[in-house]
Design a protein. Sequence first.
Length: 167
Amino acid sequence: MIDRKPFDSETYVETIQSSPCFICQLVADNSANPHHIIYENDEAIVFLNKYPVLYGYSLVAPKAHKEQVTGDFSQEEYLRLQALIYAVAEATRRYVQPERVYILSLGSQQGNRHVHWHVAPLPAGLPFDEQQLNALRFSNGVLDLSEAACQALTAGLRHELNQLGFC
Ligand SMILES: [Zn+2]
C-alpha cells in the first residue's frame, strides 16, 4: 500500500494557468521541471504523471504543440499516436496488472493546452464506487512515490514497452 499525500489544487491550477506549456518545456529541456521519461521518438513522448492518483499512471503526448484532440492531427498522425498509446497501455497492463486501464484525454484551453492522453491503471479490487472518475480525483491526494520508486516504475514500464517492440 503506497501512502498518499494531500494535493494542493489551488497552487496547481495557478501554476498551470500562469506557466509556459510544461510539455513543450519537457521536450525542449527536461532539467528545469524534470519528469521521468519512459519513452520518446521523433513524434511523441511518454512520461510518468507527476501527480499520480494511481500507481503506474503515465501521460502520452505529441512532441509538437497540438491542442485539439483530433483536429490538430491528420488521421494518419492520430492513428500513429494511438498505436503508441495502445502499447503504453499494454505495457502498463503487464507491469502493474491492474483490473483495467483507463485511457482519456482531458486538458483545457485555459491551462494544460498541449493535448495529451492519460494512461491510468485501476488497481484490482477497488469497490465499484471508488472506480471510474472517483479513482482519478485529486481530492483523494496523490501517491507519495519516492524518487527510487519512480525510477523503478519508469524502468519497468520501459522494459515492457521494449518487449512490445518500442525501444
Ligand atoms: Zn506545448
